[in-house]
Design a binder for this molecule. Sequence first.
Ligand code: F6P
Length: 545
Amino acid sequence: MSEPSLTSSASFQALETHAIEAEDWQMGSLFAADPQRFERMSLEAAGLFLDYSKNRVDGRTLELLVGLARERGVEQRRDAMFAGEKINNTENRAVLHTALRAPRDAKLVVDGQDVIADVHAVLDRIKAFTNAVRGGEWLGHTGKPITDVVNIGIGGSDLGPKMACLALRPFAHPRLAMHFVSNVDGHDIDAALEKLAPETTLFIVASKTFTTAETMMNAQTARRWFVERAPESALPRHFVAVSTNTEAVKAFGIDPANMFPFWDWVGGRYSVWSAIGLPVALCVGFGYFSDFLAGAHAMDEHFRSAPLEENMPVLLGLIGFWNRQFLGCPSVTIAPYHQDLARFPAYLQQLEMESNGKRVTRDGEPVDTPTCPAIWGEPGTNGQHAYFQMLHQGTDVTPIDFIAALSPSHELHHHHTALLANCFAQSEAFMKGKTPDEVRRDLQGLPLAEIERLVPHKTFPGNRPSNTILMEYLNPASLGALIALYEHKTFVQGVLWGVNSFDQWGVELGKVLAKKIEAELAGEPQPALHDSSTNGLIARARAAI
Ligand code: F6P
């Protein structure tokens, strides 16, 4: 039997009525009416602080949203996920990234398998390997320590490790330079290899399936580059794999003794906690990698046990749902006011959009509301000088998540004061805006006609929603908690929309068509079976190649 649709639920209908009343709300008036609004609409968990008071919601909105979460079964589905039930129903898989960061003494048996024991057995291997490479005991084939690590992977096998290595830059090993190659575009691997010496380079071929076309092509190119410059017998010291597919790893020529496994119940975009995090453990060391896992686990414990009304991922998910559904916001901007989080928006693009960019429910019925908004962003203050104009005065309302650390990991304190001032000023400006009368006051002294000509241009509508997430420092534990916060937010929204957040069939069609066109570009007779545009593009490329 199909689950009831979202719009047929009593709580959704109550929210629809409430949204009509809320249409004209001004956040400024909501703040004026409730001096306790900030205290009421902020909370701390797992070392993170969330201020969600600058949203167009009141106590009743939150009550109704929490009611919707209950009616849609967020608590039951959350518990089913943590328990290892096969909630990924189109692939018939459990979803257990939370088990990857559970402590050694946790208990979880799924299909007769002790999941926690398996996880910690691999973590022990990661510890031994990363200690050996970092400590200079794992040597290249000429007896020199490794200086460069190249992770070859794409999607979840790239975005998480790349984002985390950058975010944890102050914790990085001084001898190890981390490189990431993902794109099938040869310019990517070409640029990486150009700087490297084979005798001191370690390649990690990271692919859950070990069939992904881009990764396999890049791995073959790296292998060829290596054996042209070093004896083939040296490969085992320079190539390791991270995968769930032992057979394919063997077929590629990597010794399974140098393969770090994970499991089908780890989704690609949820895999940075698994052996896919090997570059992170190499970069910052196993001790900090453990702190990273512990930070995520602390957020898991909060998500699992806090009442929905005081549950950070639940509130973040519900507010995002409100903005998408009732304010009609087509996208969300992630604004990390921390340069080391530069890749965090890109990471969230896969996490949220590959998870919830769906148009049918778990039962295959069309969804009856909009689902995942587009996610995008750049670090502040750079974004301010690029697209914040549109956020302030454009025709779409785009909610913003501001993310900042209260203390920097450098000594340039005046920079940090300026950074935080900008972060807080932006959220204030988005909320308050600027009225025509305020503009007129600013322009006093100019001729009246000139003032009136400028007023519409210099007026800000304000009333634009944002969240602010603060941490003391950006460190392994707070980064772990931050990622887990967004993972669970994504989960909550998926449950509200009734979609399966853990499959990604939408990436298949393009892959299949690319294979066919690749053969045609490589010289196979071109059957004119494509549309005229695709035929024309292929013909132009064939003429040029
Ligand atoms: O793009 C689809 C996808 O399957 C992602 O979900 C995944 O993270 C990525 O490709 C890489 O997959 P793999 O780790 O199997 O190479």
